[in-house]
Design a protein around this ligand. Structure first.
Ligand SMILES: O=C(O)CCC(=O)C(=O)O
Length: 313
């Protein structure tokens, strides 16, 4: 309660002037976000600058192997021995996965191909590369305008990372339908597609208009059949991201959503998570930007980065 009141006060000091968001296209996206819970941006599709960033990410995964460890190795999962974890979609701490011998670590890595072959990870996670161009993309003006208009204040960029998703045998957490609970009232995620995405390479799925729906709130995860019973395909509420690289989907993830499991290749997806600012000390930073990247941003973008996320060099 006290936290919510303090948060409201902080938001008031970051209120966005209404005339900031008057352009027609931005207004249409805002309308869609308000009515359906998501909207899509395509202005970066086929842009050479974006293609360069996508290649940089592929290099970071495949050559620099800069992904985070320890990481779940699907190859180490045993159906009977690990049935408790399979049952809960691996919703446990990394510490528990490590203690169960289900992860691989930095010392186990010799090459990208060996990682895929030997450990069969379902997901590799990469911190956002420390270059101004990436920060500028994570705080893309078109997207942040809609975010500010939707929330009515300037939130903070709380999380920033990239995930590469692979075909896998066992669903892990967000492979199942769920609602995010990062914040009860204000939450937006921008999903930045670095690879072309279709149903076979792991589309992202969302149920339009599900934020205020009182159903599907008693469990953490739901199966396809359960969601299909509440939102039959014929109603057209299930939105799947069959999109080219360069697309950004902005979503209020308090609505029902899930990651499709690729059946071939992989999908590279950037995540930008926006929540209201908290008072310093309420949370630990989940990413860090260097001072020169921060300085290269427009003042309107800098407002999204809390001061304790800036590395002084
Ligand atoms: O990777 C995806 O498509 C979904 C991610 C997700 O479910 C989440 O971030 O909560």
């Amino acid at each position: 309660m006290v936290k919510e009141i303090l948060e409201k006060l902080v938001c008031l000091t970051r209120r966005v002037p209404k005339d900031n968001v008057s352009e027609e296209q931005i207004a249409a996206k805002l309308d869609q976000l308000r009515c359906e819970g998501y909207t899509t941006f395509t202005h970066l599709v086929d842009k050479p600058e974006f293609v360069k960033l996508a290649s940089h990410i592929a290099r970071a995964f495949e050559q620099e192997m800069a992904f985070t460890t320890p990481c779940l190795a699907q190859r180490r999962i045993e159906q009977v021995r690990d049935s408790d974890l399979i049952e809960k979609n691996f919703l446990v701490s990394t510490k528990e996965l490590v203690s169960r011998g289900l992860t691989f670590d930095r010392d186990d890595i010799h090459s990208y191909e060996q990682v895929i072959e030997e450990f069969a990870p379902s997901t590799l996670k990469l911190p956002v590369p420390d270059l101004p161009q990436f920060l500028d993309l994570w705080l893309d003006h078109n997207v942040t305008k809609v975010i500010e208009a939707y929330m009515g204040f300037t939130p903070i960029l709380r999380e920033a990372y990239i995930r590469r998703n692979f075909p896998c045998s066992y669903p892990v957490m967000n492979h199942k339908w769920h609602r995010d609970t990062n914040h009860r009232l204000h939450l937006l995620k921008a999903f930045i597609f670095f690879t072309d995405c279709d149903l076979e390479t792991g589309a992202h799925h969302y149920i339009a208009g599900s934020i205020g729906d009182s159903r599907f709130r008693d469990k953490v995860y739901y199966d396809d059949a359960e969601i299909e019973s509440g939102f039959p395909a014929a109603d057209g509420k299930k939105i799947s991201s069959v999109v080219p690289a360069g697309t950004i989907v902005l979503e209020d993830t308090r609505g029902l959503h899930k990651a499709g499991i690729p059946t071939r290749d992989y999908r590279d997806l950037g995540f930008a998570v926006f929540v209201p600012p908290s008072l310093p000390g309420f949370f630990k930073p989940l990413y860090c930007v260097n001072k020169s990247s921060y300085d290269s941003l427009q003042p309107s973008q800098r407002r999204f980065i809390p001061s304790n996320h800036i590395e002084k060099r």
